[in-house]
Design a protein around this ligand. Sequence first.
Ligand SMILES: Cc1cc2nc3c(=O)[nH]c(=O)nc-3n(C[C@H](O)[C@H](O)[C@H](O)COP(=O)(O)OP(=O)(O)OC[C@H]3O[C@@H](n4cnc5c(N)ncnc54)[C@H](O)[C@@H]3O)c2cc1C
Length: 313
Amino acid sequence: MNQPVEDCIIIGAGLSGLAAAKSLDEAGLSVLLLDKGRRPGGRMASREFEGAMFDYGAQFFSARDTDFRSLIHSFLGAALVTPWFERPGETRYCSPLGMNAIPEFLSRSLRLVCGVTVSVVRHDGKIWRVIAQDGTVYSSKALIVTAPLPQTLELVDIPADVRAALTAIEYHRCIAILAVLDGPSAIPKPGYLRLSQPPLQTLADNRQKGMESEAVGVTILADAGFSLQHWDTPREEAAPLLLAAAAPYLGSNVSHWRYHRWRYSNPVQIYPERFYGLDQTPPLALAGDAFGGPRVEGAFLSGHAAANWLLTK
Ligand SMILES: Cc1cc2nc3c(=O)[nH]c(=O)nc-3n(C[C@H](O)[C@H](O)[C@H](O)COP(=O)(O)OP(=O)(O)OC[C@H]3O[C@@H](n4cnc5c(N)ncnc54)[C@H](O)[C@@H]3O)c2cc1C
């Protein structure tokens, strides 16, 4: 089925796509977000499991930039965001509702279709044709792609020098364990530990973050080395290695666990500009944390910058 021509289609409803959509929507453009996931948020992922709540992607975020800080301050009033802990020079924020509540809230005023995997992108004259796996064709006058770069590069046709620069950007992998405990964890306040102790990267006690739940859920993130080495190891073999390493900090028994693999966790290198814009008819912009910086705030700033550029076209 063919759809009406939008002013802009955005592929990816992670924070960068949502930030771009919000800016364009506020400027009066018709914007459609498409995401292959079941819900918006991408790597700002949360879930409930066996009575415990978990953030299993981004754990917290900083807000150094003025635009991002003012958005976050508006969320503080609505109890969507809360300060979690301080580090020299900055506050680390989280959501007591789970990090996914932030993109979910942002998406409410936007037009978003989830469960749509875009498989082909091409343009007919001045119009982009964005073709989903199920054959649906979406059309727009401008396009922003915010998927992790290896997925973006499968879709778009861009000059060879830029393609080479973007292809060179690698991503860390990350294996996450969601562990439900039968009692309180031994992770000291504020409930977050960054360990420079392979195979662990971080441990976070989701209840200490302020997430209400019957049971205690601890998110265990493996470091990049372990995640790469054990990417293809069956979860029944890899999970016990991580649980054993985490045991001294857990303080209670693990009653249940789940396993999640992030193929594109964080970009290792960053493109030197906040976005890439292809000034052609129809225009194309690429955005995401590989442009803005490997964090939630970087994704937001990248999407915002890409949208502002499109508004000048
Ligand atoms: C385990 C982990 C821990 C982290 N911890 C922190 C932290 O503590 N603090 C911090 O600031 N950052 C952290 N980050 C990084 C942060 O989550 C990301 O930088 C940020 O969320 C990236 O947002 P994005 O919009 O660029 O990309 P994503 O959130 O990846 O969004 C891209 C979207 O594109 C969609 N997509 C991809 N391909 C297609 C397609 N073909 N068709 C349709 N949709 C498609 C995906 O479904 C996804 O929703 C962490 C990340 C991980 C994985």
